[in-house]
Ligand binder design. Structure first.
Ligand code: AMP
Length: 282
C-alpha cells in the first residue's frame, strides 16, 4: 500500500494503474476510520482492481462554530485499517495542497443542498461538493463509494456528477451500526457513557418510523411527529429535524409513497449525530 500526499504523484500512480488496464475505485474519507469506512473499501475491492482511499479533513465543509480543530486525527490506525481492508493507495494531502490561497472556485449543488443538513450547516455541502470534485479530478476513479449514513451527501454527489458530466459511477453502501443500532461515526468517540446510551434513540426513532410505515395508516407528517415526540422524550437530546422525505429529491412527503426515507439529526450533549432509514409503506 502506497501512502502519498502529493496530488501530481497520486495522479501519476493512478494513471499508471489504469494504463495496466485496472479499474479504479475511490473511497473519500476524513480519517478517524471505523468499520463503516472499512466496508466502503471492501465494497470497492469487490468491484475494482485498484483502490484509492483518500484521508483529508476538509476544512471548507466545517462551519465556523463546528469541530474542525477538534475532529479526531488517527492517521496511523487509519493506515492499518486501510491496509487490512485492501486499499492500494492512500491519498492524504495537506490542506495547503488542496486549497491555494488564490482559489476562487466552489462547486455548488443548489436545491437539494439547501434543506436538512444544508439548512442546519450553511455552506457545508459547498465544501463537500467542491472537495469531492477535486478528489475525483486527482484520482480519476471509475467508481466512488459513499455511505448511506450520509444520505443527503450521497444524493448531492450523485446530482453533481450527473450535472457536471463527471465520468464516475457513485455507489452507495449500507450503514454499518454498533450492536445497539447506533450508526458508526467518527464523532461517536466524543460521547460520554451516558450520551452514548441515549444516542441509540436515533436508531430507535427510525425503527419506530419503519414500523409505523409498514403497519399503520399514518401519513408521513404524522409519523414524523411521532419521531419528534419520541426523541423529545429522551433527556439530553436536542432534535434538529425528524422528517420523512422523498428519497430522490428530499422534499418532505405529505402522502405515503414508494420512495420514502426517514431522516433524523440531533445533538446529544455537544455531539451532532445524523441517521436515516428507507421506509416501505404498506
Ligand atoms: P467521513 O469520514 O465521516 O466523511 O465519511 C466518509 C465516508 O464514509 C462517507 O461516504 C460516509 O457516508 C461513510 N460512512 C461514515 N459512517 C458510515 C457508516 N456507519 N456506515 C457506512 N458508511 C459510513
Amino acid at each position: 500500500m502506497i501512502v502519498e500526499s502529493s496530488l501530481t504523484e497520486t495522479r501519476r500512480i493512478v494513471r499508471a494503474a489504469r494504463q495496466q488496464g485496472r479499474s479504479v475505485g475511490c473511497v473519500p474519507t476524513m480519517g478517524a476510520l471505523h468499520k463503516g469506512h472499512v466496508s466502503l473499501i471492501e465494497n470497492a475491492r469487490k468491484d475494482c482492481d485498484f483502490i484509492v482511499a483518500t484521508i483529508f479533513i476538509n476544512p471548507t465543509q466545517f462551519g465556523p462554530n463546528e469541530d474542525f480543530t477538534r475532529y479526531p486525527r488517527t492517521l496511523d490506525a487509519d493506515l492499518e485499517l486501510c491496509r487490512a481492508a485492501g486499499a492500494d493507495l492512500i491519498f492524504t494531502p495537506p490542506v495547503s495542497a488542496m486549497y491555494a490561497e488564490s482559489a476562487q472556485t466552489i462547486v455548488r449543488v443548489t436545491r437539494m443542498a439547501q434543506v436538512l443538513e444544508g439548512a442546519h450547516r450553511p455552506g457545508h455541502f459547498d465544501g463537500v461538493s467542491t472537495v469531492v470534485t477535486k478528489l475525483f479530478n486527482v484520482t480519476e476513479p471509475d467508481r466512488a463509494y459513499f455511505g448511506q449514513k450520509d444520505f443527503q451527501q450521497q444524493l448531492i454527489i450523485r446530482q453533481m456528477v450527473l450535472d457536471l458530466d463527471e465520468p464516475v459511477e457513485i455507489i452507495t453502501c449500507p450503514t454499518i451500526r454498533e450492536a445497539d443500532g447506533l450508526a458508526m461515526s467518527s464523532r461517536n468517540r466524543f460521547l460520554s457513557v451516558d450520551e452514548r446510551q441515549r444516542a441509540s434513540q436515533l436508531f430507535h426513532t427510525l425503527k419506530l418510523a419503519e414500523s409505523l410505515a409498514a403497519e399503520s395508516t399514518l401519513t408521513p407528517p404524522e409519523i414524523a411527529q411521532q419521531m419528534t415526540n419520541h426523541l423529545k422524550s429522551v433527556n439530553g437530546i436536542d432534535v434538529q429535524y425528524a422528517v420523512i422525505a422523498d428519497s430522490a429529491t428530499l422534499e418532505c412527503l405529505a402522502e405515503r409513497s414508494d420512495f420514502a426515507v426517514a431522516l433524523v439529526a440531533a445533538k446529544v450533549g455537544s455531539t451532532r449525530l445524523i441517521d436515516n432509514q428507507i421506509l416501505r409503506f404498506r
